[in-house]
Design a protein around this ligand. Sequence first.
Ligand SMILES: [Zn+2]
Length: 53
Amino acid sequence: MTHSEQPDDQQQVRTCEKCSQVMVRLGEIRRSLQSTMCVYRCYNCNNVVVELK
Ligand SMILES: [Zn+2]
C-alpha cells in the first residue's frame, strides 16, 4: 500500500509506528467489564501492539 487516504468505513485501523503500514486487528481480550484490550499486528515487520480500548 502506498499513500492512501483514511477510509471512513473501516473501523479500528491502526498504523504501525515502525514501518507505517496498516496493522491488522487480531482480536480483543476482555479483561473486565469495562476494560477490553485490542491486539494489532503488522504483517510487514511483525510488530505487535496491544492497546487498551
Ligand atoms: Zn510494521
